[in-house]
Design a protein around this ligand. Structure first.
Ligand SMILES: Nc1ncnc2c1ncn2[C@@H]1O[C@H](COP(=O)(O)OP(=O)(O)OP(=O)(O)O)[C@@H](O)[C@H]1O
Length: 240
């Protein structure tokens, strides 16, 4: 029997503002992997992510996370969500922000400092969050999620606006977390990040047009890179 997926989505239908956004999507995300959620702006990536973390009203289908319905109480402290906009307190220092989240989940200051250092913010730990650059805010937000050592970590466009060196460091960190057994779902519209993922979900007009490994996607479309693979799939769909 195949192992139970960390996230199982079946026939998920979501309307937003009376418009269909997800039109019956299904996938199974294996534990200990990094899955990339890709698609153009407005294709429904955030909506899908919200359904996985249990903050989205759904019209149909099921979303199961670690064997529980998405958003269920037992998932508190086991699933972390980093939203597109950094969710931190501007009037607290970096360290105090992370210590606050740590305390909510029964973790101490030492764990908080470890999380701050793990995102490369050790040198800025005493700075007020309101005075940080965009990338530093994103990393602080990530530290707040990491401090709870989540089994499932969901990140909505975490590398937008970050310089290439920090992006590289973050992806190395995501990989290390997956190797430690965590399951990551990362949305992006940057194709050059797609190759970093074990598996890719390509979302277009409310449906997955691919759910495959980067290598299999390239092979199936006969293309050298993922941007070309994505375009190939779209053209194929439009031709039919
Ligand atoms: N609160 C809302 N009310 C009504 N419609 C909404 C709401 N939020 C989002 N939508 C619509 O739902 C669709 C999907 O939005 P979503 O934010 O999931 O896309 P996305 O792929 O994450 O986009 P981006 O990459 O730009 O963040 C869009 O057409 C958007 O306009």
């Amino acid at each position: 029997m195949p192992p139970t997926p960390a996230v199982a989505v079946t026939d998920l239908v979501v309307d937003r503002g009376k418009r269909p956004v997800l039109k019956g999507v299904s996938t199974a995300i294996a534990a200990g992997t990094v899955t990339g959620l890709l698609g153009p702006s407005g294709s429904g990536k955030t909506t899908f992510i919200r359904a996985v973390v249990g903050t989205q009203k759904v019209k149909g289908g099921t979303v199961t996370v670690l064997g529980e319905p998405a958003g269920a109480k037992p998932l508190r402290g086991r699933v972390a969500y980093v939203t597109q906009d950094a969710s931190i307190y501007r009037d607290l220092s970096v360290k105090a922000n992370v210590a606050y989240f740590a305390a909510l989940y029964g973790r101490g200051r030492r764990e908080a400092m470890r999380a701050v250092e793990s995102v490369g913010m050790g040198d800025h730990a005493d700075k007020l969050a309101g005075n940080l650059s965009g990338g530093q805010k994103t990393r602080t937000s990530l530290a707040c999620a990491l401090v709870i050592e989540p089994e499932v970590l969901v990140l909505d466009e975490p590398t937008v606006g970050l310089d290439p060196v920090i992006r590289e460091e973050l992806w190395d960190r995501f990989r290390a977390l997956a190797e430690g057994g965590a399951t990551l779902l990362v949305s992006s519209h940057v194709m050059d990040e797609a190759d970093r993922c074990d598996r890719l979900l390509l979302l277009r007009e409310g449906r997955f047009i691919a759910d495959d490994t980067p290598a299999d996607l390239r092979a199936a479309t006969g293309t050298a890179n993922l941007e070309a693979a994505f375009l190939h799939l779209i053209r194929e769909l439009e031709a039919n």
